[in-house]
Design a protein. Structure first.
Length: 499
């Protein structure tokens, strides 16, 4: 029905914003051809756009640091190995657990696939004979919503052989109440249901996957070194897989986290046992924990205020290619004075980070290149920029001042969709776009990373959309609308809020 209406009036989902609770997910600047409804998140009719099946799969969220408190740790739990799952909508299959990873294909609604595990909010699957990942929200276990009736089993005790999810009901769709750490002793009630056994946890009856319960306690892993000291992070610290330059970043532990460490130090990195694995942390920002009283966290290093003379990547370390976000030109930097490998250390959101040193200045960059020319923002063939709202004008000024490759932008214009006529959208045209994809990607990623500063609502680029209301899903594919312009391959479209 919706697609029929769309063909009649020739409008996008933006046209329905004032009439429904749904956020605008597409934008069609020139109104040619029928709209393309998002394959990954729209089910075909408006009142089903916001429906998602909440499926809690094999692993609980890794949300904390093991600090030897009782027999629980907030670590990944198991219970979803070799479970058949079904897609609840069309969803991407990716090479890794995140939207930054390569897209390998797509599951259609109703397609089935075997889950082999989980990583965070992503389900690990077997796809065309190789491991791949699918966003867990869009998968549901086949037959997993209906539990079989409990049957009598053996009472007594059992031990977990992995970090094990304890659920409120005997199925994979039920909520994970907690995660019992590997080796935890559990009391059995004597009830079983399908592949699940009922256990008692602190007086509450919960359900655990039977395959991960054993009558005997599992022996401690022999390949892990024994911690010899406990250390506290004095700032947010990166979790490294190795102590050398080939490391992979697994995120950060927050300031104040206590780590179980050894006395092994390599390249300034301290070895630690973190969530059941050997990991490495920067020893400069670790202090030993006193057995009787924990010392107060060390103060952050003294800094001076300097300025970014260009848009800068925020590097995780003085070497390597791992970075998180960017800092816009003219932004203040809190510099520690440490320079290594042509990168300057800064304090960013309480953590030590690095930027390219040659673009750090004691004085703000010249602001004369604001993009205004003769009282107008329009340059060359650009039009409609003076009739846009304050947030779009801020974007336009930033582009004129920092991205000299861009020669043309379009703002206000008459259209059947509301964004351009309302002055809250801009199209940043990419010159020689077929060979200049990297420029468009860089622009799209910059405004995505800095959406708060520019009040960005959503971005469309290269037949993909990112929306702040679904930020965790990253870039989502759009069906083809026909031409390169209609598919946003020759321009980056940005819609901002009015305030």
């Amino acid at each position: 029905m919706r697609s029929a209406i769309t063909r009649l009036v020739g409008v996008d989902l933006d046209f329905l914003v004032s009439r429904t609770s749904v956020r605008p997910e597409v934008e069609k600047p020139w109104g040619s051809g029928p709209p393309a409804w998002m394959k990954e998140q729209l089910g075909g009719i408006v009142n089903r756009i916001v429906q998602t099946r909440r499926v809690v799969l094999a692993a609980g969220m890794a949300a904390g640091i093991l600090q030897t408190v009782g027999s629980l740790a907030f670590v990944a739990g198991a219970d979803a190995a070799n479970v058949t799952m079904q897609a609840t909508t069309s969803v991407n299959v990716r090479k890794g657990p995140g939207t930054r990873h390569t897209r390998l294909g797509m599951l259609r609604k109703g397609d089935r696939i075997v889950a082999t595990g989980t990583e965070g909010s992503w389900t690990k699957v077997e796809y065309k004979g190789a491991p791949a990942f699918v966003f867990s929200r869009y998968l549901t276990p086949v037959g997993g919503d209906e539990a079989t009736a409990p049957v009598p089993g053996s009472a007594g005790t059992a031990f977990t052989t992995v970090n094990l999810n304890l659920r409120t009901a005997p199925n994979l769709s039920s909520r994970v109440r907690t995660i019992a750490r590997k080796g935890t002793k559990l009391s059995l009630t004597g009830s079983r249901s399908g592949d699940f056994t009922q256990v008692t946890w602190h007086g509450e009856n919960l359900w655990a996957a039977t395959r991960y319960l054993s009558e005997q306690a599992a022996s401690a892993p022999a390949d892990l070194p024994t911690p010899t000291r406990r250390m506290r992070a004095t700032t947010a610290l990166m979790i490294r897989t190795t102590p050398d330059r080939s490391y992979k970043s697994l995120g950060d532990v927050p300031r104040g986290t206590i780590l179980d460490c050894t006395h092994v130090v390599t390249n300034g990195m301290v070895q630690a046992i973190h969530q059941g694995n050997v990991r490495w942390f920067n020893g400069k920002f670790l202090v030993e924990v006193n057995a009787t009283a924990a010392p107060a966290p060390s103060p952050q290093p003294a800094t001076t205020t300097k300025y970014a003379t260009a848009e800068l990547n925020i590097w995780h370390s003085s070497t390597g290619k791992n970075y998180t976000g960017t800092i816009s030109k003219g932004s203040e930097l809190q510099v520690t004075g440490v320079v290594e490998n042509a990168r300057a250390q800064i304090m960013h959101k309480g953590a030590a980070r690095w930027v390219t040193a040659r673009y750090v200045s004691a004085t703000p960059p010249n602001s004369s290149g604001s993009g205004d020319s003769g009282g107008t923002l329009n340059k060359g063939w650009s039009s409609g920029l003076d009739q846009t709202n304050a947030n779009i004008k801020k974007i336009v000024r930033h582009v004129w001042a920092n991205i000299p490759e861009i020669k043309t932008m379009y703002g206000w214009r008459r259209d059947v969709t509301p964004d351009h006529p309302a002055g809250r959208a801009v199209d940043i045209m990419i010159p020689n776009y077929r060979s200049n994809h990297a420029l468009g990607q860089r622009i799209a990623e910059f405004f995505k990373a800095n959406h708060k500063e520019f009040r960005v609502h959503y971005i469309i680029w290269n037949q993909q959309i990112w929306n702040i209301s679904r930020d965790k899903e990253g870039w989502r594919n759009m069906a083809s609308r026909g031409s390169d312009t209609a598919n946003h391959k020759d321009h980056v479209h940005i819609t901002c809020y009015d305030n």
